[in-house]
Design a protein. Structure first.
Lengths: 385, 355
C-alpha cells in the first residue's frame, strides 16, 4: 500500500535564549507542545503517539529523558518514542513521526525536540565527552577552508551570511539573537574562533523546544487549519572518517537530497523550490549546502549568497527565520528548520513570510557532517511541477 | 487491534552470548550479529533498504557513542539509517512501522550495550527525574525494591514467589547457550541469601552484562523470497506509565494492559511469553497484567535474570521467542520489552509461526 498522506497541522516554539531558568526541562517541552496543540486546534487527548528527539543525553545529564518528560507531554498510556541521530536529530525526529502517520497505525502524532544547553557543557559534549576538545567549530573549520580553496569564494561570503541571518532574525520573535546593529564590519572585527570563522559567524548556545502536530489526510481535512503536506522526506548516513572522503560535499548529503527530490518529482530544485531552511550553524555552510544539496552547481553556491539570492526577497531565500545562526537549541534546531519550512507553505511565517511560497525544504545535518535528514513540504497534497 | 497495511516477518536473527565483560568495543559485538543475519538471508548489505539501531550513550560513558556503532553496520556508500536512544526492541518498532508505508522491503535492526565498564546504579540513577529523584539517588534498583515491597504489602506476592521466579529462570537458562547465569537453585537456598536491597536478594536482580543482537525484518513477499520459515510479527505496540512512583500503583502495569489490548494478545493462544523481567517481582506484575494463565510458558530462555545486556536485552526477547517458534516449541507468543524504572515503559510484540 502507498504511505498515508501526512500533513503538519500545528507548530509551537518556545522563545530561544541563553538560559531558560524560569522553567524545568518538563516546563520547556510542555510550553512548545501546548503551543503546537493550540495551533492545530487540538488537545493532548487527540494525540495518538509522541516522538521526541534531542542531541546527546549528556548535554543536560539526563539519561533517556523521555522517561521523566512523559508526564509533561501528556504521554501517559501512549507510545512515546525517542530518536537520536546527532545534530540531524530534530529533523530525523520529525521524519520518524511522519513515518508513524504514513504507516496508518497512528492518526495524529505530536513530535517535539529540545535542548537546554544551559544545564550542561555543550562543547564538552560535542567533543565526545573530552575536556579541551575542538567542539563543532573546530571540526568544521578545516572543511570550510577546503571549500574556500576549492570554490575560490571571497572571504566576505561568510560575513554576508552572518549578517543576513541576523537581520532575518529581527523579524522572528522566537529567535535567540536579536542584533539590530549587526554589520559586515562587526562580523569581520569580532574575535576569530576557528579560522576563518569569527565569533559572529557562529551559532549561539540556546535553550529551547519546538513541537509539531502531524495528522493524516482525514485529520488534516477536518482541522480547518492550513496544512503543510509532507510530500517527501529522506535520510542518509555515511562514515565520519575514511581515506578519500569528501568532507566539503559529503556523498550522503548529495544522495539525501537526490532521494528527497526524486520522491517529490523535483527535477530543478533551484526553480521548483520556493525557499529553504538549511542547517547553517557556521556562516559558510550556507553556500556549502546550496551546493551539497544540489540547489547550486558545484562552486556556484557562494555566488547565490553574493548576489543576494538567499536574502528574504531574493530569488531563493534561505533561513528566513534567522536560522541556526540566530537560535541553536541543538537537538531542536533541525525540527525548527522543518517547522519553519512548514510555516512558509502554510502562509503563517509572519514578518518573514516569503510571498506565495508553496514548496519549501527543512534540513539538518549532524556528527562529522555525516548524518542528513530532510523533508519537503507543500501547500498542496499533490503539487504539479 | 490495529489493522496493518503490510504483513511483516522476521527473516533472520542473531545475538551474542550475554557476556559478564566483553573485552572489546561495542561495534565488535554488533558486527558478528550483523554479518550473520545478512549471511542467513544471502543478501548483499547494500541491498538492505533501511537500518535502525538502539543503544545508549550513557552506557558507553561518551556522548555520540552510537556514531561508532555504524562501523558495525557499514555506511559506505551512504545508507538510509536511523537510531533510537532506546533498547533495540524500539528500533524494531520503528522498523516495523516504516515497512507499513509499503515503499521499502527490508529493515536491519540492532541493539547493543555494554554495562560492564560503568557503574549501573550511578549511571541509571540519571534516568530518573533530574530535579527530585536523581539527586537523592533514586536508582532503578531502589525503585524495584519499592515495587517488590508494594507487592508484598498488597498481599500479591511473597519473597518465596520471587525466589521461585529466580529458580525457574536459572533452570530454564541451562539449555540456553547465550545465558550468562544458569543452574539448579533451590528456593530455600535462595531465601537463605542475604538481602541486597530489601526485599530483593542478589539473584532477584540482573547480572551486569554486555551484548548485542540483530535481526532482519521484511515485507511479506520479500520475506518468503528470503527465507523458508519466516516468523510473522502480527502486532507491536508500546505504552508508558507515569515516571513518578507515587502517582502509580506499583503493583500493576496499566501500560502493559493497554498494549496487550492494542496487539490483540488474547485473540489467539499465547504459547510462549518472553518477558523483560529485570527484577524477579516484575514477572508477577507482568503475568497479571498480560492475563497469562498456566498455558503459557514464561521465559523458557531464562530471561534477563540470567543475562541482561541493556539496550539489546529486549530485542533479545523477540529473538528468543522467534527461535522458540521456529523450533516448534509454540505457534504464537508474545515478547515484552521494558524501559525505565519500575516497569515504566512497556512494549509488546506478538509473533506467530508460518502456517
Amino acid at each position: 500500500m502507498a504511505p498515508r498522506p501526512c500533513a503538519v497541522l500545528g507548530v509551537g516554539q518556545t522563545k530561544y535564549k541563553r538560559r531558560r531558568d524560569d522553567v524545568t526541562l518538563d516546563g520547556l517541552v510542555r510550553e512548545a507542545a501546548l503551543r503546537a496543540l493550540e495551533d492545530a486546534g487540538a488537545t493532548f487527548d487527540d494525540i495518538d503517539a509522541i516522538v521526541i528527539g534531542k542531541a546527546p543525553d549528556a548535554l543536560e545529564g539526563v539519561m533517556m529523558p523521555l522517561l521523566s518528560l512523559c508526564d509533561a507531554l501528556g504521554a501517559i498510556g501512549k507510545p512515546i518514542h525517542r530518536v537520536h541521530t546527532a545534530g540531524s536529530v530534530g529533523a530525523s525526529t520529525a521524519i520518524s513521526a511522519v513515518n508513524l502517520v504514513e504507516s496508518g497505525m497512528y492518526d495524529t502524532v505530536l513530535t517535539i525536540a529540545y535542548e537546554k544547553q544551559s544545564e550542561g557543557n555543550a562543547t564538552w559534549a560535542l567533543s565526545g565527552g573530552k575536556s579541551g576538545g575542538q567542539g563543532a567549530g573546530g571540526t568544521f573549520a578545516p572543511w570550510i577552508r577546503n571549500y574556500i580553496a576549492r570554490s575560490q569564494a571571497p572571504e566576505h561570503i561568510g560575513w554576508m551570511v552572518a549578517v543576513k541571518d541576523r537581520l532575518n532574525a529581527l523579524k522572528n520573535p522566537y529567535a535567540h539573537l536579536h542584533l539590530p546593529d549587526i554589520s559586515i564590519e562587526k562580523v569581520r572585527e569580532s574575535p576569530m574562533l576557528w579560522d576563518p570563522l569569527h565569533f559572529l559567524e557562529s551559532c549561539p548556545s540556546s535553550d529551547g523546544a519546538a513541537a509539531v502536530v502531524l495528522g493524516n489526510d482525514d485529520i488534516a481535512k477536518k482541522s480547518g487549519r492550513p496544512p503543510a503536506w509532507v510530500i517527501s522526506h529522506a535520510k542518509r548516513t555515511e562514515f565520519g572518517q575514511f581515506p578519500g572522503r569528501d568532507t566539503v560535499r559529503p556523498q550522503a548529503g548529495v544522495e539525501c537530497s537526490e532521494a528527497l527530490y526524486r520522491k517529490a518529482g523535483i527535477t530543478n530544485p533551484r526553480e521548483q523550490i520556493d525557499c529553504a531552511e538549511l542547517y547553517v550553524p557556521f556562516s559558510w555552510y550556507e553556500p556549502m549546502w546550496l551546493e551539497g544539496h544540489l540547489i547550486a552547481e558545484e562552486g556556484e553556491g557562494w555566488k547565490m549568497t553574493d548576489a543576494g539570492d538567499t536574502e528574504l526577497g531574493g530569488s531563493f531565500p534561505v533561513n528566513m527565520s534567522g536560522g541556526v545562526l540566530s537560535s541553536n537549541p541543538i537537538g531542536a534546531s533541525g525540527m525548527i528548520r522543518c517547522l519553519e519550512a512548514a510555516n512558509q507553505v502554510r502562509g503563517t511565517a509572519g514578518e518573514y513570510q516569503v510571498p506565495g511560497a508553496k514548496i519549501s525544504i527543512g534540513h539538518a545535518y549532524g556528527g562529522a557532517a555525516q548524518y542528513y535528514a530532510m523533508w519537503m513540504v507543500s501547500s498542496e497534497l499533490n503539487p504539479v511541477f | 487491534m490495529v489493522s496493518l497495511a503490510e504483513d511483516v516477518a522476521i527473516v533472520a536473527f542473531e545475538q551474542t552470548p550475554s557476556h559478564a565483560h566483553f573485552n572489546d568495543s561495542e561495534p565488535a559485538m554488533i558486527m558478528p550479529c550483523v554479518n550473520s543475519v545478512i549471511e542467513q538471508v544471502g543478501m548483499d548489505r547494500h541491498d538492505i533498504d533501511f537500518t535502525i539501531a538502539g543503544s545508549c550513550d550513557y552506557l558507553s560513558g561518551m556522548p555520540f557513542a552510537f556514531v561508532m556503532n555504524i562501523d558495525a553496520v557499514g555506511a559506505w556508500p551512504p545508507v538510509y539509517e536511523s537510531h533510537v536512544e532506546m533498547d533495540g526492541a524500539w528500533a524494531l518498532f520503528e522498523g516495523f512501522v516504516r515497512l507499513q508505508s509499503g515503499d521499502i522491503d527490508t529493515v536491519l535492526v540492532s541493539g547493543s550495550g555494554k554495562c560492564s565498564p560503568g557503574s549501573y546504579r550511578e549511571g541509571f540513577s540519571l534516568q530518573t527525574d533530574p530535579y527530585v529523584h536523581a539527586p537523592i539517588g533514586l536508582d532503578p534498583r531502589t525503585q524495584a525494591g519499592f515495587q517488590a515491597q508494594a507487592l508484598i504489602a498488597a498481599g500479591k506476592a511473597t519473597e518465596r514467589d520471587f525466589a521461585e521466579v529466580v529458580a525457574r529462570s536459572h533452570a530454564n537458562a541451562k539449555d540456553n547457550p547465550y545465558a550468562q547465569l544458569s543452574g539448579d537453585l533451590s528456593v530455600e537456598e535462595l531465601l537463605a541469601e542475604p538481602y541486597l536491597q530489601q526485599p530483593l536478594r542478589r539473584l532477584d536482580c540482573p547480572p551486569t552484562s554486555d551484548g548485542a543482537a540483530a535481526m532482519i525484518i521484511a515485507r511479506a513477499d520479500k520475506a518468503r523470497e528470503l527465507c523458508d520459515n519466516p516468523v510473522w510479527i502480527r502486532a507491536i505496540d508500546h505504552r508508558i506509565d507515569s515516571h513518578h512512583p507515587t502517582l502509580r500503583d506499583l503493583t500493576d502495569s496499566p501500560s502493559v494492559r493497554i498494549a496487550a489490548d492494542r496487539v490483540g494478545l488474547h485473540d489467539g493462544p499465547v504459547d510462549i511469553a518472553e518477558l523483560t523481567v529485570t527484577y524477579s517481582p516484575e514477572e508477577i506484575i507482568l503475568r497479571d497484567a498480560l492475563g497469562l494463565n498456566g498455558e503459557t510458558t514464561v521465559n523458557p530462555s531464562g530471561g534477563p535474570l540470567t543475562g541482561s545486556p541493556f539496550m539489546a536485552v529486549c530485542l533479545t526477547r523477540v529473538i528468543e521467542l522467534a527461535r522458540a517458534i521456529r523450533n516448534g516449541d509454540g505457534g504464537r507468543g508474545v515478547a515484552h520489552a521494558s524501559s525505565g524504572p519500575a516497569l515504566q515503559q512497556n512494549l509488546l510484540c506478538v509473533l506467530e509461526g508460518d502456517s
